[in-house]
Design a binder for this molecule. Structure first.
Ligand code: F0G
Length: 470
């Protein structure tokens, strides 16, 4: 057990080894399981009330107080201020969206969209990158790398350009939406297009990082998830520090859901909230590993000590062999993920174990929704005045499904996380509305909310007639 106030700890209760905060690991060197950043709150100075953070609004000319991540720094205090990196991430919005409420069947005023597309690189990843880059700076990393379905690479490239370190990104050939690729290239990341999908890239980047000493920025990096906890702090802030009934989030590599679970575990442990919201993690049916592990194979998280309260949930155990068997089955059956929500086209989510923990902390559920449901929900988010990329809309499609099923009560207060901006994937949007092919993936279904462009001759009478007939 560490005597430091902040340390790294293996999540596996049978190991639970601890490591210093200046060490760089992407897995437990002892047992290979995931690591957490852990805090001994008795040696720290955590806030007594969440409302205390509001005072920082008055001092937002200090970049750390302006940052939507670092203004909650006492809840992720693993480095000194001089190492902290910020480019103004986390200025996001919790919007009460009545149109989307109507679409999903929630009571008006009870459905909120947490819009992470407002981040500097247009996705929630910036929350994590500000934290991971701070750790990278603290340990003096010179080169940073990630595998990505797009947004991680865009965010990493932006922060690397800001900090002045070399960035290397691994992307699957032909798998990444153009808005994201454009960003990675423009921000100067050296981009390796690997002949394979995200899971291939993930495996290779880990090997390359180990061999060449690259600092890995994927969500295996426990410091990244510390930054992503703040999405939940801002949700609570947006609700006047009240806890909602449900958080609904898309699931890909399962970093976000894992971070959310950890955030609520710690807030509850600190007595800063009196109850924990329920969590719904939404897969695409084309990339439904978590759905299979939880709903078919019934995988769960078993805490260190039963009846030990929230803190005992931090370390635990799960059926690691069942996950390995699922990976093998995917290989044997040549099963490959395929979804229009390319951001979550992931078959081997690296944070599966931490997500199981989050589901236990938050009494969570998992569902998989089809591409048609995702694209219809995306069109609804767009025409109700916000806009998001396909993967983000999985949360809205998931909320609709769970309300239809009666799992989420119509009267419940529900927060759907919109993880990325609409402009990330213009091909998917044009494919849906104009009925064209979106980067080789046909937008299926009857597209009930398609806003089809109208072809008109270059003739003023025809143009006016077309307008009159709208
Ligand atoms: N939504 C968007 C827009 C994403 O880019 C991602 C993940 C997710 C949801 C899923 O989040 O992995 O925390 O479960 N994108 C990663 C990437 C994998 O490489 O950009 P998760």
């Amino acid at each position: 057990m560490s005597t430091e106030p902040v340390f790294q700890r293996c999540i596996n209760a049978r190991c639970a080894r601890t490591f210093g905060v200046r060490e760089v690991h992407v897995a437990c060197p002892s047992c290979g399981d995931l690591l957490d950043v852990a805090y001994d709150w008795s040696k720290m100075d955590p806030p007594r009330r969440l409302g205390d953070f509001q005072a920082r609004w008055a001092t937002r000319n200090n970049p750390l107080d302006f940052s939507g991540v670092w203004r909650f720094r006492e809840l992720l205090d693993f480095c000194e201020d001089r190492f902290k990196v910020t480019i103004g991430e986390g200025q996001t919005l919790l919007q009460d969206n009545r149109g989307v409420a109507e679409y999903v069947g929630a009571r008006p005023g009870n459905l909120f969209l947490q819009y992470e597309g407002m981040n500097p690189s247009g996705s929630f990843k910036d929350n994590g990158m500000s934290a991971a880059f701070s750790h990278a700076r603290m340990v003096g990393a010179r080169r940073v790398a990630c595998a990505s379905t797009g947004n991680t690479s865009a965010s990493l490239a932006l922060y690397a350009a800001h900090v002045g370190v070399q960035s290397i990104v691994f992307i699957g050939s032909g798998r990444i939406a153009f808005g994201k690729l454009a960003q990675a290239l423009d921000y100067g990341a050296r981009t390796l297009q690997i002949a394979g999908d995200f899971d291939t890239c993930m495996r290779r980047v880990k090997e390359a990082a180990a061999r060449l000493g690259l600092y890995l920025m994927n969500s295996l990096n426990p410091f990244r998830l510390e930054g992503q906890k703040t999405i939940m702090f801002r949700v609570l802030e947006g609700l006047g520090w009240q806890v909602p009934d449900w958080i609904v989030v898309p699931g890909g590599n399962l970093g976000n859901s894992s971070a959310f679970g950890k955030a609520f575990l710690e807030l509850r442990e600190l007595g800063l909230i009196d109850r924990v919201p329920r969590l719904a993690v939404i897969n695409s049916t084309g990339a439904d590993t978590l759905d299979r592990l939880v709903n078919q194979k019934k995988l769960t998280w078993t805490p260190d000590a039963e009846g030990g309260g929230m803190s005992a949930l931090a370390c635990g155990s799960y059926d690691r062999d069942a996950i390995a068997a699922d990976w093998k089955w995917q290989d044997d059956t040549r099963r490959r993920p395929h979804t229009i929500a390319s951001a979550i086209e992931i078959a081997r989510p690296v944070n599966a174990a931490k997500c199981l923990r989050a589901l236990r902390v938050c009494d969570g559920v998992v569902r998989a929704v089809g591409d048609n449901e995702i694209m219809d929900a995306k069109a609804q988010v767009g025409c109700r005045g916000l806009g998001c990329e396909p993967a983000s809309a999985a949360s809205v499609a998931g909320a609709k499904r769970l309300i239809d099923e009666g799992v989420i009560d119509r009267d419940a207060r529900v927060v759907c996380i919109l993880t990325g901006h609409a402009l990330k994937d213009p091909d998917a949007a044009v494919g849906y509305h104009a009925g064209e092919y979106a980067r080789g993936k046909e937008v299926a279904g009857n597209r009930p909310f398609a806003n089809v462009p109208i072809q008109v001759a270059d003739d003023i009478d025809a143009i006016c007639k077309a307008i009159e007939s709208l």
